[in-house]
Ligand binder design. Structure first.
Ligand code: BV8
Ligand code: ZN
Length: 272
């Protein structure tokens, strides 16, 4: 049974040509990637927001790498779920019909790309890329552990024996510079081109679909009211209401892995 809200959203899609999707950690939750603010948001005695900062890196880069190495280890084998796959298949059909789709994600897990999405803007970077502090080179890196020194490290237990990691344990660039995770930390600016592209997409889209974000992290969360002010029909998929819910036309309460396919799977309608 298709609810009136789903029918209304699908009717809006039927009139649309430019669609934007903004995704957050909730789209990857059913793949087994812990969200930020759910129960999985803690590592030892820190929350992600404590360690995903330049201050944490300046204080103890070895500990920050132990945190990211743990997350990379947890993400190494995760697979896209039906939400990622439905979005990638929709992009294929939607662009084949001559329309535009901009997928803007806050996630750093690379699952949208792994599912086949092509036009992906990664607002907060990628856990599978590293950046050299000396020459600035950004390179893909899937080494787990990140260096041999981290073998067997990373336990998330609060009472886990914490080892001190020194400069000699940190990953190095060919130029011998220290490598950091190529992600945007709290307090760091987003990539200017990425943010400009996302703002342009929010200003121009006919429909914005927000999937699995708590809508508390800025400037990403600001894209939602921006799209609404610019005249887009805005829908949100989440397990619970968020601060964005008051800005949306449709709030679909349910897991992304079930709701995204239900909303998108046979669109656009075949005209032949
Ligand atoms: C910046 C990479 C300025 C690292 C991340 C106003 C304006 C500008 C800045 C600020 C501002 N107010 C505050 C700030 C500072 C800060 C901020 O927003 N803080 C918050 C906490 C208040 N913003 C910043 O620092 C940003 N930088 O603005 O710089 C500047 C400018 C010039 C010069 C210098 C500085 C940088 C923010 C980026 C931080 N990096 N990630 C890493 O991952 O290690 S953010 C991090 O949070 C992740 O990317 C994550 O995606 C993101 C947001 O979280 P969500 O994706 O929403 O995930 P969350 O767990 O919160 O929610 C999951 C949701 O899914 C929940 O609602 C849940 O109900 C739902 N869900 C769960 N399961 C499912 C589901 N839904 C559907 N189906 C399911 N199965
Ligand atoms: Zn270098």
């Amino acid at each position: 049974m298709v609810s009136a809200a789903i029918a209304a959203f699908r009717a809006a899609l039927g009139e649309a040509t430019r669609v934007m999707v903004l995704s957050g950690a909730g789209v990857s939750a059913e793949s087994g990637v812990p969200t930020f603010r759910g129960a999985g948001g803690l590592w030892r005695r820190w929350s992600a927001t404590d360690l995903a900062t330049p201050e944490a890196w300046a204080r103890d880069p070895g500990l920050v790498w132990e945190f990211y190495d743990y997350r990379r280890r947890r993400m190494a084998d995760v697979q896209p779920n039906p939400a990622h796959r439905a979005l990638a298949a929709f992009e294929e059909r939607w662009t084949a019909a001559g329309h535009q789709l901009a997928l803007v994600t806050q996630n750093i897990d690379g699952l949208h790309e792994l599912a086949g999405s092509r036009n992906v803007t990664r607002l907060h970077g990628s856990i599978w890329h590293v950046r050299c502090l000396r020459c600035g080179a950004v390179t893909p890196n899937r080494d787990v552990p990140i260096t041999a020194a981290y073998e067997g490290a990373g336990s998330p237990e609060p009472d886990a024996p914490s080892r001190r990691f020194g400069p000699e344990d940190l990953p190095r660039c060919a130029c011998s510079g220290v490598l950091r995770p190529h992600v945007v930390w709290f307090g760091e600016p987003l990539g200017a081109e990425d943010l400009e592209g996302a703002v342009r997409a929010a200003e121009r889209c006919d429909v914005l679909l927000v999937v699995g974000t708590s809508a508390v992290v800025y400037p990403a969360a600001g894209l939602i009211p921006l799209a609404r002010r610019s005249g887009a029909v805005v829908a949100e998929i989440n397990l619970e209401p968020t601060p964005a819910t008051r800005d949306v036309d449709h709030h679909f309460c349910g897991p992304a892995g079930a709701v995204v396919p239900e909303l998108l799977d046979d669109l656009p309608k075949r005209t032949t």
